[in-house]
Design a protein around this ligand. Structure first.
Ligand code: NDP
Length: 333
């Protein structure tokens, strides 16, 4: 009989606007007992992601809202600590979707064994995981970059943005990134090797600043932010430019702003295409192959921001909206 305790993060109240830490609660429960043919997983890293905010409200979306008083769900990597399943052994590392808790039981179909021989397990929540695949699909399939083109990326130092920048570089593009601190700007230009970066929090006129860095216009805009960033990009897009609408984090808590110049999409013949990565699982094999190779060749770098302790998961999540992370925001359980 296993007498260790499990801790999980539950949504206590539906937030009004931006959530507060008091909208969450940490609950202590018994470690669940796996039944016949089941697996007990101890989570090691939890992913907190901007899209989770949408699930905290009672609103219609592509995923149902989180239930009140129940543990939240999310990407996680963990270790199998007990197994009655023929496919999994104790000590295997697995990728799952039962995050925001220390332990969970799985009947095996919704977890995936991960290969940690070449990259650390947590990489499957970042560059080798959902954010990396989002960057890969959005840039290559929608953006369709060609050598010599100019690519503008917002939230450029984040989990998705930092991979977009580096894939665009591999494809021979010129890259302008935007991020919210000088430390992030330094990482982007000195480590990730992008051509120019703007600290958007230090400019009064983002549109003018973007224009000054793109004398030949923008061919591809990868949008993670929306609002004034999208407006600035539209202003400087070249004819037939492509705007990859990946996310609009500046709008998730109910803000509704811009772009006021959307009419330019007509005369510039722009393509604005949104996407949700879960619709594109068919590219996973190719993504692992390409990303694995780029990592081995040293062409993709990454930085994680790791917050320790499951009790700090709500703060880590909220930190995404105040820019506390460089690269992937992770919680180490
Ligand atoms: P990040 O790692 O980029 O973290 C979020 C970052 O957004 C913060 O670090 C912060 O950086 C920036 N930010 C927060 N609020 C604002 C704001 N008001 N204005 C400008 N920047 C802001 O997160 P992800 O890489 O996980 O996600 C990036 C985007 O991609 C999000 O919009 C997300 O919803 C979207 N996404 C979409 C998917 C899809 O399938 N379409 C899948 C995965 C992610 P800074 O310091 O620069 O402000």
């Amino acid at each position: 009989m296993n007498r260790r305790m499990n801790h999980e993060v539950r949504l206590k109240y539906r937030p009004i606007g931006m959530p507060k830490e008091s909208d969450f609660e940490i609950a202590e429960t018994a470690v669940p007992e796996p039944g016949e043919g089941e697996v007990l997983v101890r989570n090691i890293f939890l992913s907190v992601d901007p899209y989770m905010l949408g699930r905290m409200y009672e609103r219609k979306s592509y995923v149902p809202p989180f239930a009140l008083g129940k543990p939240l769900d999310g990407g996680c990597v963990g270790e199998v600590v007990q197994s009655g399943h023929e496919k999994y052994r104790t000590g295997d590392y697995v990728l799952g979707s039962k995050g925001w808790r220390e332990y969970y039981v799985s009947e095996g179909s919704e977890i995936t064994k991960i290969d940690t021989s070449a990259v650390p397990a947590e990489t499957y929540l970042g560059v080798m995981g959902m954010p990396g695949m989002t960057a890969y699909y959005g840039l290559l399939h929608i953006g369709q970059p060609r050598e010599g083109q100019t690519v503008f990326v917002s939230a450029a130092s984040g989990a998705v943005g930092s991979v977009v920048c580096q894939i665009a570089k591999i494809k021979g593009c010129r890259i302008l990134g935007s991020a919210g601190s000088d430390e992030k700007i330094r990482w982007l230009t000195e480590e990730a090797g992008i051509d120019a970066a703007i600290n958007y929090k230090k400019t009064d006129d983002l549109t003018a600043e973007v224009g000054s860095h793109c004398p030949d216009g923008i061919d591809i805009y990868f949008d993670n932010v929306g609002g004034t960033h999208l407006e600035a990009a539209i202003e400087h897009m070249n004819n037939n430019g492509r705007l990859v609408l990946c996310g609009m984090i500046s709008q998730y808590a109910g803000q509704r702003s811009g772009p006021r110049n959307i009419f330019l999409a007509v005369s510039k013949r722009l393509l604005l295409q949104g996407f949700i990565i879960r619709d594109h699982q068919d590219i996973r094999g190719q993504f692992y192959k390409d990303m694995g190779r780029w990592i081995t060749e040293g062409r993709i770098r990454w930085k994680d921001t790791v917050v320790e302790g499951i009790e700090n998961a709500p703060a880590a999540f909220l930190g995404l909206f105040s820019g506390d992370n460089v690269g992937k925001m992770l919680v180490k359980v």
